[in-house]
Design a protein around this ligand. Structure first.
Ligand code: G4P
Length: 530
């Protein structure tokens, strides 16, 4: 099979949204179009199934948030689509950010009744920094929404991205009648369906078609024609290059729950998004079609399913063809590794993968050496640096109240460290070896505690630590140079899990003071070598 054909078919994306905007519902409907009709409800059902099979999901249920990411792959209209699920809560942002390094585009779901919410803004920012193309789905149009023009204006004003409405809503709330497709000049009429389980029936015709005209009252008709005229006069045409550069977002209106406008969005997305693109690495450009296999690990998760108590490293394939049993080089250790246990994951089900192409995600089982950000390749010159590092802002000591369970406690912590759930520091000159956990948000500590208990049977007790700022020191500082540093009151020296020296401060002011008084020890937001 020609690798170019396989690559051209691939679309790898994630859905970003604020919790409750409709990401799960949209995912479920997209799967319907993947010919996986029997899977209708599977994503929601998955929520329940997970809750019953794996009790760490209890936390997820309790808080009504999604913690774990899943990769879904399906075929539609000649395309092979990889949809990566992103966890929705702000405290899981590190995990979410990493998932976003593995996609080529995102679909941003906005609750059209609420407009842009905080989490959407944060996730959008990450996508913008990476120049990822963004497609927007204005959801819940079956309910009263903000004015469509105001929604577009908000995209431009708040997010600073150009917005091009591909279709336009007709009527609002109880009077929502459908959308007008600005490309084809056709009206898609909205029919309310029970539960939205099936492909929504739509009638298509021009706005002046008598059948359509009959369905619209005078006021709705006038409003929509006026708005469309305004858009027309604004004169913007669809600029595919701007979309691919992440500077303009195509906007689609619809209702995921009613499966209305979802197909229009999916078709538009497939038409205007791009197949996997080249990656820039230290030695130059890696193109997807080059024969050397390469990819990077963007996520590690253990104990996903109690039926398989193991650890999965998720790899995004970037170039060449993956074949089961192939031997690759693990760049960080330089070791040769045979990839014999590779899986494709669909919800909780696993299927062995025999081959995969750029854009695909494979789950690799049983390699304890693999870490987040690692490159696997057949060409040692290729090393990816795709995974952003984040500076922790929350710190907490984690006590082990049950010394008999010390081994489980340590084992669990090591696992969570490897998965990137938390970072572990140790204070300099501290005799008591109590692990100091560091994370971007405090909820991450609760997840760590919960997982220690449910997966390793290890109880723990949190003791909040007073610091909020962490900075790295130059790695080459010697012991006596560290001892000679002038630390502001309340700050502490510590080491990260790679033994790099860091300083913990109670606030930014104290970090600035340190900088002024210790000119030979410049501080950095990131560990040495990142
Ligand atoms: P999330 O993954 O982004 O957190 O959102 P999710 O899909 O779970 O949707 C959040 C709520 O919004 C759900 O209601 C869902 O049914 C509803 N919803 C999604 N799309 C639409 C839509 O197009 N129109 C309307 N009116 N509602 C929509 P829920 O009451 O929390 O759950 P459920 O019992 O309905 O499943």
């Amino acid at each position: 099979m020609d690798i170019k054909i396989e690559i051209a078919k691939r679309r790898t994306f994630a859905i970003i949204s604020h919790p409750d905007a409709g990401k799960t519902t949209l995912t479920e409907k997209l799967l319907l179009y993947g010919g996986a009709v029997q899977l209708a409800g599977s994503v929601t059902a998955r929520k329940n199934q997970r809750a019953s099979t794996s009790d760490w999901m209890e936390l997820e249920r309790k808080r009504g948030i999604s913690i774990s990411s899943t990769v879904l792959q399906f075929d539609y209209d000649g395309y092979r689509i990889n949809l990566l699920d992103t966890p929705g809560h702000k405290d899981f942002s590190e995990d979410t950010y990493r998932v976003l390094t593995a996609v080529d585009a995102v679909v941003m779901v906005i609750d059209a009744g609420k407009g842009i919410e905080s989490q959407t803004r944060k996730l959008f920012e990450v996508c913008r920094q990476r120049g990822v193309p963004i497609f927007t789905f204005m959801n819940k149009c079956d309910r009263p929404t903000l004015e469509p023009l105001a929604l577009l204006d908000e995209l431009e004003r708040v997010l600073g991205i150009g917005a091009f409405p591909v279709n336009w809503p007709i009527g609002n709330g109880a009077d929502f009648k459908g959308v007008f497709d600005r490309h084809s000049h056709e009206v898609h009429l909205f029919e309310r369906t029970v539960g939205g389980q099936f492909r929504a029936p739509v009638s298509i015709g021009n706005l002046s078609d008598p059948v359509i005209r009959e369905r619209l009252d005078e006021q709705t008709y006038l409003k929509v024609t006026e708005e469309l005229d305004m858009l027309q006069m604004a004169g913007e045409s669809f600029d595919e290059q701007a979309v691919l550069a992440g500077k303009t977002t195509p906007v689609f209106f619809g209702s995921a729950a009613n499966n209305f406008g979802v197909k229009l969005m999916l078709d538009g997305f497939l038409k205007h998004s791009s197949a996997p693109k080249p990656h820039t690495v230290d030695c130059g450009i890696v193109t997807p079609e080059q024969p050397e296999f390469s990819g990077f690990i963007f996520k590690i998760q253990a104990n996903m399913d109690p039926r398989h108590r193991d650890r999965i490293a998720f790899l995004r394939v970037c170039s060449g063809k993956f074949e089961r049993d192939m031997t690759v080089i693990h760049s960080r250790t330089g070791k040769k590794v045979r990839l014999s246990s590779s899986h494709k994951l669909f919800a909780n089900e696993r299927e062995t993968v025999d081959e995969a192409y750029p854009g695909d995600i494979i789950g690799l089982v049983g390699h304890s050496d693999f870490g987040i950000g690692d490159t696997l390749t057949t060409d040692t010159k290729i090393v990816y640096r795709e995974i952003p590092r984040f500076t922790p802002e929350s710190f907490s000591f984690l006590h082990n109240p049950n010394t008999a369970k010390y081994k489980q406690f340590r084992q669990g912590l090591d696992q969570l460290l490897q998965e990137g759930v938390i970072q572990i520091l140790h204070l300099k000159d501290s005799a008591a070896k109590i692990p100091l956990l560091a994370a971007v948000g405090p909820l991450q500590f609760e997840v760590a505690q919960y997982r220690l208990e449910s997966e390793y049977g290890a109880e723990s007790r949190l003791e909040l630590a007073p610091w909020t700022v962490m900075r790295w020191l130059p790695a080459e500082l010697k012991e006596e140079e560290l001892d000679a540093l002038q630390l502001p009151t309340g700050s502490k020296l510590a080491f990260d899990s790679d033994n790099n020296p860091v300083v913990l401060f109670s606030n930014d002011w104290s970090a600035n003071y340190f900088t002024q008084t210790n000119t030979k020890a410049p501080l950095s937001n990131l560990p040495p070598g990142s």
